[in-house]
Design a binder for this molecule. Structure first.
Ligand code: SF4
Length: 252
């Protein structure tokens, strides 16, 4: 059954979920109430994988979506196939509009993001933010894997927020908001949750902490901020962490 929740109901739900500490119960309750109007939206990072594992244990159908910019790592596409087999699910790939990509590339070139921050944001707008907005228009509940320990700029993120998409209120829920990276890794190891092989360190100890589009993401050195590997060519001119957000969590 699909339906849109009313604002008053949403405020009640926000209060209930804010008080609930158990991520698995939160997921159970959301998918039971909202069916396919709720979705885990993940790029295949660790928190998203923990949520898929917990949702699968609930024995309820659940929806998983990824924003597929068409520029992800080959390893990530292969990894999603592994996850689908492991949990018996189909991950929906939400992709940019071909006409919008064509126009952007014709006007600015394939690698516009190297030219300036504005063009990088334009590319993220076409390939990530607009597809995300189209996805949100199909949802009442957006379940994210964001955690406060992921960056300075995420310290104030809330477990539950009411946001708007095309004038419709949506609940944005981050069940693992207070988990630490250590807790996530412990859960992953103890439960044999699949991990994108890009998260393994190379022979120099460098690893990907945050995985996005292939060309815009590099490994980080020990001690670097987690999102330092995003658009690394911008690090020399701007060190503000907010500028390492791609727009998904800021513009909506
Ligand atoms: S991360 Fe890079 S390639 Fe991907 S959408 Fe943003 S600018 Fe474009």
């Amino acid at each position: 059954m699909t339906f849109q929740i009313q604002s008053a109901t949403m405020v009640q739900l926000k209060q209930q979920i804010s008080l609930e500490d158990n991520p698995q119960e939160i997921l159970f309750s959301l998918f039971k109430q909202f069916d396919d109007r709720a979705a885990i939206v993940t790029s295949g990072q660790l928190s998203g994988m923990v949520q898929i594992h917990l949702a699968a244990e609930n024995n309820l159908p659940f929806r998983v979506c990824t924003i597929d910019t068409l520029r992800l790592f080959p390893e990530t596409y292969t990894f999603f196939e592994t996850v689908e087999k492991r949990y018996g699910i189909k991950i929906e790939h939400i992709q940019p509009e071909p006409a919008e990509v064509k126009k952007m590339v014709n006007e600015h070139g394939e690698f516009l993001f190297f030219d300036s921050r504005e063009k990088q944001r334009y590319c993220c707008e076409i390939r990530k933010v607009r597809p995300m907005q189209r996805l949100l228009d199909t949802l009442d509940v957006w379940i994210t894997g964001t955690r406060r320990d992921q960056s300075e700029s995420r310290q104030n993120f809330q477990k539950v927020e009411i946001i708007s998409s095309m004038d419709n209120p949506i609940l944005k829920v981050s069940p693992l908001i207070y988990w630490t990276e250590e807790e996530v890794w412990r859960f992953v190891r103890e439960n044999d949750v699949p991990v994108n092989p890009l998260f393994e360190p190379d022979s120099h100890g460098q690893l990907y902490e945050s995985i996005g589009c292939k060309i815009c993401t590099t490994r980080i050195r020990p001690g670097e901020p987690k999102r330092a590997g995003r658009w690394r060519w911008q690090n020399a001119v701007d060190t503000e962490e907010n500028n390492k957000e791609c727009g998904l969590h800021y513009s909506i």
